[in-house]
Design a binder for this molecule. Structure first.
Ligand code: GLV
Length: 345
């Protein structure tokens, strides 16, 4: 008898323990090796399936959806979803979801780790030691900047920003300032220990500035040469959001010429390529987009993506049971227009 279960494609090797429960419910097509899918290959993979679980490396837009009458849902394993053209997905009646909340604290941990490594020159010091320079140690070797008692600036005060604020204010006695599209309620500001300031004030006063805002046309290169020029030359900059928020060439120039002390980057505009101008600098800590990379959190992210997918496919309640849908109303409204039927079971 034909297998009536929906077909689901998983674009990359994920966490098997979290994927396994899906195997009874859907026909699962997994990917065994890490793959850089081309835009055409993505369209081909999506053509024959009801749903897909993807990572931020897969960019899905109108070209990947053209002529695809079957696809119901794209479950993105990640909180940021600038890899998805949400408008195109909605117009095609395709539901989309992300994985917020479960990664908040792990990502805030990484942000803080990067801040500390950058300010205290941890990776630079380790390289120096491994290269056999300890014999030249002096009282002035690897002087960095203090974390405790300094001013922490946070640009983007969503859940992860708030997690970083709490760590700074309550753990390290930092003076925490933030800027965000909308100001937090007074009670939340008090709980996380942060005060709202205008962007220019944030740039001017931060000893350590952490970027945690979503990437969009309005945040593209928000940290450009002009913004960097407003920062203290002794300041450090940490980016755990998206590479495109920073003009990397302007950043490299500021770092190379002493207009900014150091930077810690987990994200890059051309991932997985890192600009040679950044690689050449000693005062940059570079990590390969590992904000949410703890086993527990990555497992929770895949579980959440799977829960979204099952609800979208009608296998665990209906669309309203998707824990973190991005475009449910728009996608369902478009289905009537494009003649796409949801999966009824
Ligand atoms: C990682 O960057 C994510 O958006 O989850």
């Amino acid at each position: 008898m034909a297998d009536a279960r929906p077909v689901v494609w998983v674009s990359q090797p994920l966490v098997e323990a979290a994927i396994a429960p899906l195997r009874d419910r859907v026909q699962l097509h997994t990917t065994d090796t890490v793959t850089a899918w081309t835009p055409d290959q993505l369209a081909e993979r999506l053509a024959g399936v009801d749903g897909a679980i993807i990572t931020l490396n897969e960019r899905i837009g109108a070209a990947q959806l053209a002529g695809n009458a079957r696809l119901q849902v794209i479950a993105n394993v990640g909180v940021g979803y600038n890899n998805l053209d949400v408008e195109a997905l909605s117009a095609a009646g395709v539901l989309a979801s992300n994985t917020p909340d479960v990664l908040t604290e792990t990502t805030a941990d990484l942000g803080f780790a990067l801040l500390m490594a950058t300010a205290r020159r941890i990776t630079e010091a380790e390289r120096w030691l491994r290269e056999g320079h300890w014999g030249q140690w002096s009282f002035q070797t690897m002087l960095g900047a203090d974390i405790h008692g300094s001013t922490l600036g946070i640009l983007g005060m969503g859940r992860i920003g708030q997690g970083i604020a709490r760590r700074g204010a309550h753990g390290f006695g930092m003076n925490v300032l933030y800027h965000n599209r909308s100001r937090l309620p007074a009670g939340t500001e008090a709980a996380v220990g942060a005060s709202y300031v205008e962007l220019d004030t944030l740039l001017a006063r931060a000893d350590h500035l952490v970027l945690v805002l979503p990437y969009s046309a309005s945040s593209h290169h928000i940290i450009d040469a002009a913004a960097l020029a407003k920062m203290k030359p002794t300041a450090t900059l940490v980016n755990i959001a998206r590479g495109g928020i920073v003009d990397e060439l302007a950043l490299a120039d500021a770092l190379a010429h002493g207009r900014l002390a150091a930077a810690g980057l987990d994200v890059y505009e051309g991932e997985p390529t890192v600009r040679p101008e950044l690689l050449a600098l000693r005062n940059v800590v570079l990590t390969p987009h590992i904000g949410s990379a703890s086993l527990g959190t990555r497992t929770a992210m895949v579980h959440l993506a799977a829960d979204n997918l099952l609800a979208a496919l009608g296998l665990a309640g209906d669309v309203s049971a998707m824990p973190s849908a991005i475009n449910a109303d728009a996608a369902l409204a478009a289905r009537a227009t494009v003649g796409k039927k949801g999966v009824k079971r």
